[in-house]
Ligand binder design. Structure first.
Ligand SMILES: Nc1ncnc2c1ncn2[C@@H]1O[C@H](COP(=O)(O)O)[C@@H](O)[C@H]1OP(=O)(O)O
Ligand SMILES: [Mg+2]
Ligand SMILES: [Mg+2]
Ligand SMILES: [Mg+2]
Length: 383
């Protein structure tokens, strides 16, 4: 159902919940029951193993990152040996663990630059990293990958995704700028089934296990979030601990709700988020961290709202939100575009959306959508 708010049509999640939120109408119930009767346990085990191993590789590289490890892509964004290595490891583990299933992977990186003249040293560094990481997993007794094997593993991420069949969706390092800075980043892996996210895993090697802002005595970092449709969201330590169920903040009071946004000012309009926060009466300053670690932190209630408004013309990719969105929705939250429309992961690599991406709990959503619309109108009027 939509309500008119000025010229914008706003989908009222709080009236008709998304498919993840036990909708009442019969068509939604039918759809949901057909998905929830499916088990994704084997896929979940494989995804957790793949993301954890890739996290090991990334942690090793981040500890001693060399200047030569970081390159620039055509769009000027950074890519490192760890982005490539992580993609190769995830691709290898998924194919190995799920060899009986058809395999389709939509992933951020491709091997184009690594096949150029002069990239041999970088490729060799990646090959050694990938083989060392795979060898550290005692259940794999496979011969080491050749350079061609590594290139092929990276390139198995070339699928376009879509609304038919199953597709894995991977960001091997989400938040590469944070990774290079020594800050937050995530390995984000999700599974689409008939265009819908049914499973998501987020490995966040630098995220404290204790809630942000709370000092734990041990100060342990490294979280693994996982979610399967209809089964809730769980967090465990990347070092191995029992998963605990997590939930988004239950707050109904927007004045006490803190919000997350990008660390990088180029990734999101801070002006717009500040205007929205002011309208909601938010008192706390924004919590700015890189990557989908924001979705993980939101899923366990560290903050209550996530705001992301990229510059006009920037197209969001599915691997930047697929895992994070199910981690939040299965923890009881809502993820939508700035007009309240659910994100549609069935259209290939890109998300078509209005203005940006927001997330919070169901009770805060109506006030948040209203504040966003007012702020957008005021900004347009001031131009
Ligand atoms: N100009 C941009 N605007 C918005 N997001 C961007 C931009 N350039 C890269 N990104 C992507 O934004 C995400 C991280 O943003 P943030 O930390 O702000 O949430 C990453 O997925 C990053 O890609 P990448 O996966 O290559 O790091
Ligand atoms: Mg990138
Ligand atoms: Mg990304
Ligand atoms: Mg990335």
């Amino acid at each position: 159902m939509y309500i008119g708010l000025s010229s914008l049509r706003i989908r009222t999640h709080f009236v008709i919940p998304t498919l993840n939120h036990k909708p009442k109408s019969s068509i939604f119930s039918l759809l949901n029951s057909s998905f929830s009767s499916m088990s994704y346990q084997k896929e979940l085990v494989a995804a957790k193993k793949a993301a954890s191993l890739a996290a090991k590789l990334c942690q090793k590289v981040q500890k001693s990152l060399l200047q030569s490890d970081v390159q620039s892509k055509l769009d000027k964004s950074p890519v490192t040996v760890a982005d490539y290595g992580s993609q190769a490891v995830v691709s290898f583990v998924l194919e190995h663990e799920l060899s009986a299933e058809p395999f389709s992977l939509v992933a951020e990186e491709d091997s184009g630059d690594l096949r150029e003249d002069g990239a041999q040293d970088t490729l060799e560094r990646i090959r050694v990293l990938v083989n060392d990481t795979i060898a550290s997993e005692s259940t794999y007794s496979v011969s080491p990958l050749s350079a061609d094997g590594v290139l092929a593993a990276i390139d198995s991420g070339r699928s376009e995704g879509g609304a038919v069949g199953r597709h894995w969706v991977l960001d091997p390092i989400d938040g590469t700028k944070g990774f290079v800075r020594g800050d937050q980043y995530a390995i984000a892996l999700a599974l689409l089934d008939q265009g819908r996210v049914v499973l998501g895993v987020l490995a966040c090697p630098n995220l404290p296990l204790a809630p942000l802002g709370v000092q734990s005595s041990a100060g342990q970092t490294g979280c693994l979030f996982s979610a399967v449709l209809g089964e809730g969201t769980y967090m465990e330590s990347l070092d191995g601990s029992s998963p605990v169920k997590v939930n988004v903040s239950p707050t109904e009071n927007s004045e006490e709700a803190s919000f997350f946004e990008s660390y990088e000012a180029a990734h999101s309009s801070f002006d717009l988020s500040s205007s929205i926060a002011k309208k909601l009466g938010v008192k706390a300053p924004p919590v700015r961290i890189d990557s989908q670690a924001k979705y993980g932190a939101l899923s366990r209630g560290d903050g209550a709202i996530y705001l992301r408004f990229p510059k006009a013309g920037y197209r969001e990719k599915i691997w930047d939100h697929a895992a994070g969105s199910i981690v939040v929705t299965e923890a009881g939250g809502i993820v939508s575009d700035a007009a309240g429309n659910p994100l549609d992961f069935s259209k290939g690599k890109y998300l078509d959306l209005y203005k940006g991406i927001i997330a919070c709990n169901q009770k805060l959503m109506p006030a948040l959508l209203k504040a966003i619309q007012q702020s957008i109108e005021e900004k347009a009027a001031s131009l």
